[in-house]
Design a protein. Structure first.
Length: 134
């Protein structure tokens, strides 16, 4: 009988529950070894405190970006590729990334960033030094 490898049994506290390793983020995709360089590249696209919808959008964009990079590598190696596939993948990835960017921009706090704040303080300190010296 085949076994499903992307589910783990959790018997903590005497309760039997089934929890997906994918939704638990201990495995990216069924049947994918997360230790490969391609899997690490895919995983590097994730990060931050984001909603499940945003995580799914990033997941899709990461997969498309990875595929586009593979096709571009094939071009460099002189292998034949489908130009149409590369264009469609790149366009879709671009649209997804624009959506993700728009959602991230909405979450940005109003006011200066830390870098802007520090630059303002440095400028004020320099102005104060100049007025005291002169």
């Amino acid at each position: 009988m085949p076994t499903c490898t992307h589910f783990a049994q959790n018997n903590a506290g005497g309760r039997a529950t089934t929890r997906s390793r994918i939704s638990n983020r201990s495995r990216m995709l069924p049947g994918v070894d997360g230790r490969s360089s391609t899997a690490r590249r895919f995983r590097d696209e994730f990060g931050g405190n984001i909603s499940e919808l945003e995580r799914d959008l990033i997941h899709q964009a990461a997969g498309l970006t990875l595929r586009a990079e593979q096709l571009q590598g094939a071009i460099v190696r002189g292998e034949p590729i489908s130009n149409d596939e590369l264009v469609r993948i790149s366009s879709t990835a671009k649209r997804l990334l624009e959506t993700i960017r728009a959602k991230a921009d909405k979450r940005k706090p109003a006011g200066p960033t830390l870098q802007e704040y520090l630059a303002q303080r440095a400028q004020k300190a320099a102005d104060t030094s100049e007025s005291e010296a002169g």
